[in-house]
Write a protein that binds this ligand. Structure first.
Ligand SMILES: Nc1ncnc2c1ncn2[C@@H]1O[C@H](COP(=O)(O)OP(=O)(O)O)[C@@H](O)[C@H]1O
Ligand SMILES: [Mg+2]
Length: 1110
C-alpha cells in the first residue's frame, strides 16, 4: 500500500510559510535560516517555491529523488523544486494548460541552476524513445553552448548569465517533448571589450585558449597566453572550481549534439578568435597638415592575421578604421577618425561581432531544436533572466538599468498575478475580503517605460535629436521631466530635497527600484542606447570572404543601403520585454524565487540582513499574507462541478441546475467545514490547499471506484455478450446437432424399418415359397406317385407282358423241346450211334475256339521276367494252361535274346561270370551289379596323356584303371595305372605313364579278395616265375569286381594256361619279397568317414579295417 506522506512529516521549521505562526519578518527569516542550516533550501509560500542558494552540491537532485517526486501531489513531500516542476508538467500534460516557470532573484541567487533543474526533471519524467531522447538531449545540451558564450564570471556569480533567456519547451498531447524555442534578451556586450575589476570576459574566450588543441590555436592564429589579449582581463582569468579546458570540450560536444556542423563550429571559433585579435589592434595619432589628428594602426600584424582569419581585405578594414563615411540625401561625406574614434570603432565592431554571433547561435540552436511537427502543442516556458543588479562600489550603467528594468517588469507580473489580481478577484467575486497593503511597482515600470516621458523614451528622443547629444544633455532632460516622480532622484532635479545629497553625484540619477535604490551614472547611456556601428565597418564585414560574417552584417550590403536609423537598444529591449510579458500572461505561472544567503558565494553562511532585504523587495511577506488571508485555490463553477461532481450522489452523473448550485450541493455533501470555502460570483474559493487535496484524493478514489465500476460493467457486458454469443452459438450448434441426431435416428429407424421390412418380406416370401414348394412338392409327389403308379402299372403290365412272352417262349421252348423230344424219340432209331460224339467234338471245338480267341486279348507282356498268365476257364484245360506259358516264355526269351549285339553279349557274359565268381561270396558284389563294365576307364588309346604308355603295351588293352598299390611297409596306397591285356598285367606310374611292373598272365597264380565290401585284392604270383622276385601285389580298386572278372576270363582264354584261381577269404597270405604276410580283414567302426584303412600291424600282419556297411 502506498504510504501517505505530507510535507508536514519530519518538517524542519515550517515547510510552507503560510503555516508560519506567528507571522513576522523575523520569524520568516528565522524559518528560512533554520531550514537553510538543515540543508532544506526550498520552502513554499503556497505554490511559490523559495529557493536558497546552497553554494554547494546537495544530494537532493539524484534520479531517485526524481522518482520520488514523480506524480506526487505538491504538498505530499517536503518542498522541492521538483515538486513544482512536476506540478507544472502534469498540469500541462493532464489539464492542457500552457505553463511558465518564472525564476527570479538577484544575480547569483541560483536562477540558472534552478532553470536547469526544472528542465532536467521534466526531461527525466516525460516520455522516452529514440526520437524523444534526441530532442531532450538537444534541449539540454543547448545550455552549455549558450552558457559558454553568454555567461561570465562576475563579482556576484562565477557563472553569471549575461543575457536573458526564455525557453519554450513544446510538448505533444502525450507530454513528450517535441522541441523548443529560445529567446534571448540583450546580451551584456560591453563585457566583450571591458570587464569590471574582479570579473572576466565571456567564458568562451578562456575556454578556447586553454581547451583548444595546439593545432586549432595555430589555425586560429591564437596564442595560449591570456596576457597577449587586451580584451581579456587578467586579474581573474583563472576561476576556482572552473575548468575551462574541460568545459571547452563539453561545449564542443554539446554543439555537435545540438547539430552544429563541423565547419559551423570552426566559423564560430574563427569569429571568437577575430574578436580577440581585434582587441589587439592599436592606434597611434598622426597629425595632419590641416591640424587635425588622424589615427594610424600601430602594428599591422594583428590586423593582417584577423583579416586572414575572416577573409577580409586588409586595406578595406584599415580604411574603415581610419574614415567614417556619412551618407545623407545622396551626399557622401567622408571624415577621418581620430585615435579615440578609431578605438571606439574598433570596440563597437568587437561588441557587435560578438553579440551578433551570440544571436546567430541562438537562431542556429532554435533551428535544430525546432519542433518537427506542425501539430498543436503545449508549451512550458522557462524564464531565466539576469537578476537584479546593484553595484555599490562601482558605477551602475546602462546595462544595469536595462537588467533592473526587466526585473522590475517581472516583479510587476508577479504582483499582477499573485497579489493584485488575487485581491481584486476576491472583490470582483464578492468574497468578503480585507485588503492587504503591498507595494505595487507599476509606478516604477511606468517611470522607465512610459512612451511619452519614460526614461527609455527620453533616451531615445535624445539619441535621435539633431545637434550635440551627450549623456549630460540626457540627464538634463531627465531632470526636467522626471523631477517630480517619487521614485526618481537627481541632484540637479528641481526637487530640492537632493540638492545637498552628497551620495548622489552630479552625473548620476537614482531610481528607487522595488528592490532598492540604484544609482546610475549616465556616462555611456547615449552611446550604448545608440549602439552605433560605423557603416564603413559593417560594409567591410559584409565584404568578408567568410559566410558567417557576411550573414551577421546584412546591413553592410551596399545594394541595400538603409538610411533609416536602426532601432535603439533600449527600444528593442522594451519591445521584447513587452512581448515576453504578454506571452507570460497567457500561461499558468509557477514561481521560483531565488534568494542568495550571502555575498561571498560561500556555503553555510546565512547573512540575515541580505536575506531580509531580498525577502522584502521580493514582497514575500505580502505574498504570505495574501495567501493566508485568502484562498489557496479557486475555480470557476463549471469546471469545478465537472471535476468533482462524482463526489456527491446528487451531482453525479449529471447536474441539471446551474453550476453554482451544483457546487453548493456538492460541498454541502462533503465533510468539509464551511469556513474552508466560499462561493464567489463565478468561482468557488477554497481556503486551504489541504481541502483541495482532500477533494483531489476523494476524486482520485472516486475515479478509481468509477474505473472499477466501468471495468465491472464493461467486464459484465463483455462476459454477457460473450455469454450471449456462446448461447446463440450453442443454439445453432444444438440445432445443427439435433438435426444431425434426428437425421441419424431417422436413418437408423429407416434402416431398421428396411431390415424389419426385409425380414418380414423375407419371412412372407419364404412362407410363400414354402407354400409354393409344398404345392410344387405336392404336385411333384402327385406326379411322382402318378408316375410311380403309372410305372407300377406299366411294370406290372410289362411283367405281365414279359410273363406272357416268357410263358409264350416257354411254351415255344417246351413245345420245341417236346418237338425235339418227339423228333429225337421219332428219329432216335436212325442216328443215335455217332451223333453224341459229333456233338461233343463240336462243343469242345467251339469251347477251345472261344478260349484261344479270348487269350489273344489277355496275353501277358513280352518282358521275360513277367510271370503272369490269364486264368483257365475250364478245368479240362489244365495241361494247356501249364504248357502254353512255358512255350510263350521260351519264345519271348528267344525274341529278347535275338535283339542282343556281340559286345553286349560279351558284357553280359562277363556279368554272368562275375555273378558266378562273387554272388553270395563277397559283400561288394551286389553294388556292382548295376554298374556296367566299362573296361577302359582311362580312354588310354585316345587320351594323348597315355600315348607313350599305350605304345609301350603292344597288346589290346582290356582294362585300364587307376588302382592303389598298397605299400607293404605301412599299408598306405600309391596310385598306379592298372592295365590288363590278353597277355599281361601292367602297372604304370600314374603321372609319367612309365611302366613299373609287367606281369605275364601265366605268372599269376591266384587272386585273393576278402568277403567284405572293400576293393582290396592281392595278385599272387607263381612261385619261381620271373615276376615273383619282387613279391605279390596288394592293390585296391573301386572296380574290383570288374578287374577280377576280367582277369579270370582273360586268364581262362589265354593260351595254355589254367583258369586263374579266385580265393575269397578274410585272411590270406601274401608273399612280400621274402616274408609271407597275413592280410586280415576286420570289420571296424567307420573311422575317417567310410573309408577303408589299412595298417601294418607287425611283420606278419597287415590289418585292413572295413567299415560295416549298414
Ligand atoms: N541548487 C544549487 N545547488 C548547488 N549550487 C548552486 C545551486 N544553485 C546555485 N548554485 C551555485 O550558485 C552559483 C550561481 O547560480 P546561478 O544559477 O548561476 O545564479 P543566477 O543565475 O541566479 O545568477 C552556481 O554557479 C552554483 O555554484
Ligand atoms: Mg544566471
Amino acid at each position: 500500500m502506498e504510504v501517505k506522506t505530507s510535507l508536514l512529516d519530519n518538517m524542519i521549521g515550517v515547510g510552507d510559510m503560510v503555516l508560519l505562526e506567528p507571522l513576522s519578518e523575523d520569524s520568516f527569516i528565522e524559518n528560512l535560516r533554520k531550514r537553510f542550516d538543515h540543508n532544506e533550501i526550498y520552502t513554499y509560500i503556497g505554490s511559490v517555491v523559495i529557493s536558497m542558494n546552497p553554494y554547494r552540491s546537495l544530494p537532493i537532485f539524484t534520479p531517485e529523488k526524481v522518482e520520488e517526486y514523480r506524480n506526487r501531489n505538491f504538498y505530499e513531500l517536503s518542498p522541492h523544486i521538483y515538486a513544482l516542476a512536476d506540478e507544472a508538467y502534469r498540469s500541462l500534460r493532464d489539464q492542457d494548460k500552457d505553463q511558465c516557470i518564472l525564476i527570479t532573484g538577484e544575480s547569483g541567487a541560483g536562477k540558472t541552476e534552478a532553470s536547469k533543474l526544472v528542465m532536467s526533471y521534466v526531461a527525466a519524467v516525460c516520455g522516452k524513445g529514440q526520437e524523444v531522447n534526441k530532442v531532450k538531449e538537444q534541449l539540454l545540451q543547448s545550455n552549455p553552448v549558450l552558457e559558454a558564450f553568454g555567461n561570465a564570471k562576475t563579482v556576484r556569480n562565477d557563472n553569471s548569465s549575461r543575457f536573458g533567456k526564455y525557453m519554450d519547451i513544446e510538448f505533444d498531447f502525450k507530454g513528450d517533448p517535441l522541441g523548443g524555442v529560445i529567446s534571448n534578451y540583450l546580451l551584456e556586450k560591453s563585457r566583450v571589450v571591458k570587464q569590471p575589476r574582479g570579473e572576466r570576459n565571456f567564458h568562451i574566450f578562456y575556454q578556447l585558449l586553454s581547451g583548444a588543441s595546439d593545432d586549432t590555436l595555430k589555425k586560429l592564429k591564437l596564442d595560449r597566453d591570456y596576457s597577449k589579449y587586451n580584451y581579456l582581463s587578467l586579474d581573474s582569468a583563472v576561476v576556482n572550481g572552473l575548468d575551462d579546458a574541460a568545459n571547452f570540450r563539453t561545449v564542443k560536444n554539446a554543439m555537435q549534439i545540438v547539430g552544429f556542423m563541423e565547419d559551423e563550429v570552426q566559423s564560430v571559433l574563427e569569429l571568437v578568435a577575430a574578436v580577440l585579435k581585434l582587441g589587439d589592434i592599436e592606434f597611434k595619432p598622426e597629425s595632419r597638415c590641416n591640424g587635425s589628428d588622424e589615427s594610424r594602426i600601430k602594428d599591422k600584424n594583428d590586423l593582417k592575421e584577423m583579416c586572414e582569419l575572416l577573409g577580409i581585405e586588409q586595406s578595406v578594414l584599415e580604411r574603415a578604421f581610419s574614415y567614417r563615411t556619412v551618407e545623407a540625401r545622396l551626399e557622401k561625406v567622408s571624415t577621418t577618425l581620430n585615435v579615440a574614434q578609431a578605438y571606439y570603432a574598433r570596440d563597437a565592431l568587437a561588441k557587435n561581432l560578438y553579440s551578433r554571433l551570440f544571436s546567430w547561435l541562438v537562431t542556429r540552436i532554435n533551428e535544430s531544436i525546432k519542433a518537427q511537427t506542425k501539430a498543436r502543442h503545449k508549451v512550458m516556458g522557462v524564464l531565466d533572466i539576469y537578476g537584479f543588479e546593484i553595484f555599490e562600489d562601482r558605477d551602475n550603467s546602462f546595462e544595469q538599468f536595462i537588467i533592473n528594468y526587466c526585473n522590475e517588469k517581472l516583479q510587476q507580473i508577479f504582483i499582477e498575478l499573485t497579489l493584485r489580481e488575487e485581491q481584486e478577484e476576491y472583490v470582483r467575486e464578492g468574497i468578503e475580503w480585507t485588503n492587504i497593503e503591498y507595494f505595487n511597482n507599476a509606478i516604477i515600470c511606468d517611470l522607465i517605460e512610459n512612451h511619452q516621458n519614460g526614461i527609455l523614451a527620453m533616451l531615445d528622443e535624445e539619441c535621435l535629436r539633431p545637434g550635440t547629444v551627450t549623456d549630460e544633455t540626457f540627464l538634463d532632460k531627465l531632470n526636467t521631466i522626471c523631477a517630480e516622480h517619487q521614485h526618481f532622484e537627481s541632484r540637479l532635479s528641481k526637487n530640492s530635497k537632493f540638492l545637498t545629497d552628497h551620495s548622489l553625484p552630479h552625473n548620476c540619477f537614482r531610481i528607487q527600484h522595488y528592490a532598492g535604490k540604484v544609482l546610475y551614472r549616465v556616462e555611456g547611456f547615449v552611446d550604448k542606447n545608440n549602439d552605433l556601428l560605423y557603416r564603413d565597418l559593417s560594409q567591410a564585414m559584409y565584404k568578408a570572404n567568410h559566410s558567417l560574417i557576411k550573414q551577421l552584417f546584412p546591413e553592410g550590403n551596399p545594394g541595400k543601403v538603409n538610411l533609416k536609423r536602426p532601432p535603439t537598444a533600449g527600444f528593442q529591449f522594451r519591445a521584447s520585454v513587452g512581448t515576453l510579458m504578454k506571452n507570460l500572461q497567457t500561461k499558468n505561472p509557477n514561481y521560483i524565487r531565488c534568494i542568495k544567503p550571502n555575498d561571498k558565494k560561500a556555503s553555510h553562511i546565512f547573512t540575515d540582513s541580505l536575506v531580509c532585504h531580498q525577502v522584502r523587495y521580493l514582497g514575500l511577506m505580502e505574498n504570505v499574507r495574501v495567501r493566508r488571508a485568502g484562498y489557496a485555490f479557486r475555480q470557476a463553477y463549471e469546471p469545478c462541478l465537472e471535476r468533482y461532481k462524482m463526489l456527491c450522489k446528487r451531482t453525479w452523473p449529471h447536474w441539471r441546475g446551474p453550476a453554482r448550485e451544483g457546487v453548493e450541493v456538492l460541498m454541502a455533501d462533503l465533510p468539509v467545514p464551511a469556513e474552508e470555502f466560499s462561493f464567489g460570483r463565478s468561482k468557488i474559493f477554497i481556503r486551504n490547499p489541504r481541502t483541495l487535496f482532500f477533494l483531489e484524493e476523494r476524486r482520485r478514489q472516486c475515479l478509481q471506484d468509477l474505473a472499477t465500476l466501468i471495468q465491472k460493467i464493461y467486464r459484465g457486458w463483455k462476459c454477457r455478450s460473450h455469454f450471449l454469443l456462446l448461447k446463440k452459438s450453442q443454439i445453432v450448434v444444438a440445432a445443427w446437432y439435433r438435426r444431425y441426431a434426428q437425421e441419424k435416428k431417422y436413418q437408423k429407424i429407416k434402416s431398421a424399418t428396411t431390415v424389419v421390412q426385409s425380414y418380414t418380406r423375407g419371412w412372407q416370401a419364404r412362407k410363400l415359397l414354402r407354400e409354393l414348394k409344398y404345392q410344387k412338392r405336392c404336385e411333384e409327389a402327385v406326379t411322382t406317385i402318378s408316375a410311380f403308379w403309372h410305372g407300377t402299372q406299366a411294370r406290372m403290365e410289362l411283367r405281365r407282358l414279359k410273363q406272357e412272352a416268357r410263358n409264350k417262349h416257354a411254351v415255344t421252348v417246351i413245345w420245341a423241346y417236346w418237338q425235339g423230344t418227339k423228333v429225337r424219340r421219332e428219329y432216335r432209331k436212325f442216328f443215335r450211334a455217332n451223333a453224341g460224339k459229333k456233338i461233343y467234338d463240336f462243343t469242345i471245338q467251339r469251347i477251345m475256339q472261344k478260349y484261344f480267341l479270348g487269350l489273344k486279348s489277355t496275353m501277358p507282356s513280352m518282358s521275360p521276367i513277367d510271370k503272369s498268365w490269364p486264368a483257365r476257364p475250364y478245368r479240362f484245360l489244365d495241361g494247356v494252361h501249364r504248357e502254353l506259358p512255358r512255350i510263350f516264355h521260351l519264345w519271348r526269351c528267344k525274341k529278347y535274346r535275338s535283339q542282343f549285339t556281340e559286345e553286349k553279349k560279351a558284357v553280359y557274359e562277363e556279368k554272368l561270370e562275375a555273378s558266378e565268381i562273387f554272388k553270395d561270396k563277397k559283400a561288394l558284389y551286389p553294388s556292382s551289379v548295376s554298374q556296367p563294365f566299362k573296361g577302359d576307364y582311362l580312354e588310354i588309346s585316345t587320351n594323348p596323356k597315355y600315348q607313350k604308355l599305350n605304345s609301350a603295351v603292344d597288346e589290346k588293352v582290356l582294362l585300364a584303371d587307376v588302382v592303389n598299390k598298397i605299400n607293404r611297409a605301412n599299408g598306405k596306397g600309391t596310385a598306379r595305372i592298372f592295365l590288363l591285356t590278353k597277355k599281361s598285367v601292367v602297372l604304370a606310374d600314374q603321372k609319367t605313364g612309365q611302366v613299373k611292373a609287367s606281369v605275364p598272365l601265366p605268372d599269376l597264380a591266384s587272386v585273393s579278395v576278402s568277403t567284405q565290401s572293400d576293393g582290396f585284392f592281392a595278385l599272387r604270383l607263381k612261385e619261381g616265375s620271373a615276376s615273383a622276385v619282387k613279391g605279390d601285389f596288394l592293390l585296391s580298386s573301386e572296380h574290383l569286381i570288374e578287374i577280377i572278372t576280367k582277369l579270370h576270363r582273360t586268364g581262362a582264354t589265354a593260351a595254355d594256361s589254367k583258369q586263374l584261381n579266385v580265393d575269397i577269404s578274410d585272411e590270406f597270405l601274401v608273399q612280400f619279397k621274402h616274408d609271407k604276410v597275413c592280410v586280415k580283414f576286420i570289420q571296424g567302426a567307420p573311422k575317417n568317414g567310410n573309408s577303408v584303412s589299412c595298417k601294418r600291424k607287425n611283420n606278419r600282419l597287415l590289418e585292413v579295417s572295413v567299415p560295416t556297411t549298414a
